[in-house]
Design a protein around this ligand. Sequence first.
Ligand SMILES: [Zn+2]
Length: 497
Amino acid sequence: MQNQTRLRFPQAEALRLIPEAMARKYTAIPLEVTGNMLHVAMADPRDIFALEALATQSQMRIESEPASQQEIQEAIDFNYRSYDEIEKQILNISPNGETAGKQIKIDTSTDTPVAKVLRLVIDEAVKARASDIHIQPREDNIRVRYRIDGTLHDMFSLPLDTAAPLISRIKVLANMNIADHHRSQDGHFAVETNGRLIDIRVGTTSTVYGEMAALRLLDKSRASMTLQELGFLPESLEVYQNMLKVPYGMILVSGPTGAGKTTTLYASINCLDSIGKNIITVEDPVEYRFRNINQIQINPRAGITFSAELRAILRFDPDVILVGEIRDAETARIVVQAALTGHVVLSSIHANDAVGVMLRLIDLGVEPFLVSSALIGVVAQRMVRHVCPECAGPVSAPLIERVTYCREMGEERSEFLTGRGCKTCAQTGYLGRTGIFEILRLSDELRLMVLNGASLAQLRAQAIKDGMIPLMKDGMTKVKAGMTTPSEVLRKAYTTE
Ligand SMILES: [Zn+2]
């Protein structure tokens, strides 16, 4: 499995050393460079002629390891095709010509080499099911990385002098100020790839080596998700749906970045919209546009802040207010006030678990009696990768995973359904993601304990007594159902950043 992931994502520096034709001739794929050693996976790792040819070509010592002929051919197909095309286009980029701001400003043509490189980078990202593309200049090259199912992979390394034209091209498309290289900027554009319209949200910022860009590829289907599709266990879904039925109060979603909080908030909005509630959102940034919902984009630089907007929209008599995130004391205070004056307020907040959210609000200066009266409930969540159904089979797990599973589920098990890697899942063993959740609905006992200043451990014990299924148990229940793996749950449940 480890080996297959390496075959799927070789280092760009390694690929550069061996041309495609040679890789095919010897059924070998370069994987990585360490010092003056080139690691190569080969169908026949003892083929003396091949080893010598690879060493001569790369001017490096060759460390070979075995892999099946089919695995190597697939890796060559996947990695060289786009890489060669990108290389070819890069040769045509003349850094001086294209960076001369004036020329690029009017040049919106799509067939310049820079435009083609960007296009290839985006197409490959979509093919690889990436959610983000990071373009990061370093001391001697640009690193292009994809985030796939939550994990960053190094994909390409480009010559440093392509950085300026590439970033400028992105800024032109995203309607950003291409003359300003110092301040952080954001914008968005859309591209059509393989018949699908992909919205891309762009952020740029300057680093010591130049500007870097992060591109988030937005899949529109995410905005129309229903609560049923998020991955709640049946009993959790019922608890959450009942929470949404309250006439007023605050419902918060917590988890680290990338935990799917926005998707849960949007699914909640879709649910409330379907029962005819007047909904207003205040977001930074607005990720998806809904047809019938009033959405306000925050812009602190223009004086449009969360707190200013919140005060204003209370006058429009909404039933439901979605506030993107509670980041500061002032927003927390206004959100609580809105919840106590007859509105349902949905928002996200940074905290490790459901119980931690209550203490986080108190940390932000909200009085404990306001927390205990305004808060309806909390969802703490993470995203875990879904086992690829095409290549899944039972695999024995390390002791720590078996022990954790047994502790949560009360049954011993040594093997778990795990993907071995195949074409469908790009050799990762995982395909898509699902949520794991901890859903807390505040009971009267818990409200009293918040008022009386109970500790995190005391609150958590009471929450579990009240029926809250902890994140780890929710995750292991999904392991039992063959949806994900123990290692994935362990890794994500303890992630706080
Ligand atoms: Zn697979």
